[in-house]
Design a protein around this ligand. Structure first.
Ligand code: BGC
Length: 388
């Protein structure tokens, strides 16, 4: 059996055991095969009175990234014959806390939560800890509380490094215009992505390969190889997209309006994720003084894979959500069976070093889109037109 199938089989066994322990009906089916990705469906709340050992809270339905996670969780958990409760916070920390409280009152033992706002979510994590629930921070780290037991994540510094390396590899000569964009300051990942990008870009800004065109804060710090969190905050504050497509588009347009024609030409753009990359790319494509652009992304969203095939986005970073979901389920199973999840790293969240297991990421462009996205089974070829 493939490791993923072993995991699903193990999870099925644990679910059956926990249902029996909780005096509940045995799940009807416990197949041990993976299902194909399906269109997302509405969360199926657990029947009243039934104990729900694991609850999942995701940040928003408004970004395809989190619908990906919902679908992959649902696929893995329903394959195990288990009814899962997945709630969305819709960008609202108060709703997030209410979601967590609702799950606690349903008797969850493990909470898997991707925080909307990493610091605000500490209150929800504390409430879970006080109710004896294990807290797994999912993808984004919950900050400033010791109520986080484990962190499942991708290597977010590697994400930023991979985006920046792509820009460096495509640039030649000196004086190349560089436009920087970042994620939301309320998301710890935005700092990790930026830190990774800065690791690779800073020497190339210092040596004149790139010239920053849209951030006076970054320009002022261009000779500093390592930035403090406060220094990154200043830059991110100036170039944040807030993970929002319209904010990204408006910011790119205002940067282009402020820039002279000489600051355009063949431009290089650090865009933090796919949704913002498409918005920013569209703004740059519409500017008559932009001759060509190289733009990064992240998440391998379907729309961006199509943009890459069509030459409208240069690259994305594939973070295989199937791996993250598998790691989160494995960690939940470890807690439900009295064990401890596998740990390879720690991430400091301001209050403690949180045990973690970061997963690798893969840079994808037109050259490897077939092998990385289609042949790997991440998305089916039929979802795209014009594959190379
Ligand atoms: C995630 C990215 C996502 C972004 C916006 C980050 O925390 O790691 O995958 O694109 O949030 O939702």
């Amino acid at each position: 059996m493939k490791p993923s199938k072993v995991l699903i089989a193990l999870f099925a066994m644990v679910m059956i055991a926990s249902f029996v322990l909780a005096g509940c009906a045995t799940p009807t089916a416990a197949p041990t095969t993976e299902t194909e990705s399906q269109a997302p469906t509405e969360a199926a709340p657990a029947p009243e009175g039934e104990k729900v050992p694991v609850g999942i809270v995701l940040p928003t339905k408004d970004e395809p990234r989190w619908i990906q996670d919902e679908t992959r969780f649902r696929d893995a958990l329903t394959a195990a014959g288990y009814q899962v409760e997945i709630l969305f916070s819709q960008g609202d920390s108060a709703k997030e806390k209410a979601n967590v409280e609702a799950l606690i009152s349903k008797g969850i033992k493990v909470l898997i939560i991707c925080p909307q706002d990493g610091t605000a979510a500490a209150a929800a994590a504390n409430a879970a800890r006080d109710a004896g629930v294990k807290v797994i921070s999912y993808d984004r780290l919950i900050r400033d509380t010791d109520a986080v037991d484990y962190y499942v994540t991708f290597d977010s510094i590697a994400v930023g490094e991979s985006q920046a390396q792509y820009l460096v590899d495509k640039a030649s000569g000196s004086g190349n215009p560089l436009y920087l964009y970042a994620g939301a300051a309320s998301d710890n990942n935005a700092f990790l992505f930026f830190e990774g990008a800065w690791n690779v870009l800073q020497p190339k800004i210092a040596d004149g390969t790139f010239v920053i065109k849209n951030s006076s804060e970054a320009e002022a710090l261009k000779d500093k190889a390592t930035l403090t969190r406060d220094e990154m905050s200043k830059i991110i504050g100036q170039v944040t997209t807030n993970w929002d497509f319209n904010t990204a588009k408006n910011l790119a347009e205002s940067n282009l309006t402020a820039a002279a024609a000489a600051d355009k030409g063949n431009v290089f753009i650090l865009a933090p994720n796919d949704g913002t990359a498409r918005a920013i790319a569209d703004a740059f494509a519409a500017d008559k003084d932009v001759t060509s652009y190289v733009v990064t992304g992240q998440d391998a969203e379907k729309a961006s894979v199509q943009y890459i095939i069509d030459g409208k986005q240069s690259m994305t970073v594939l973070k295989d959500v199937r791996t993250l979901v598998g790691d989160a389920i494995a960690a939940a199973v470890a807690y439900l069976t009295g064990g401890t999840p596998e740990q390879t790293n720690t991430y400091n969240n301001g209050a403690k070093d949180v045990p973690a297991k970061p997963s690798e990421v893969i840079a994808v462009d037109k050259a490897n889109v077939q092998s990385a996205i289609i042949d790997s089974g991440y998305w089916p070829a039929s979802d795209f037109t014009g594959l190379p």
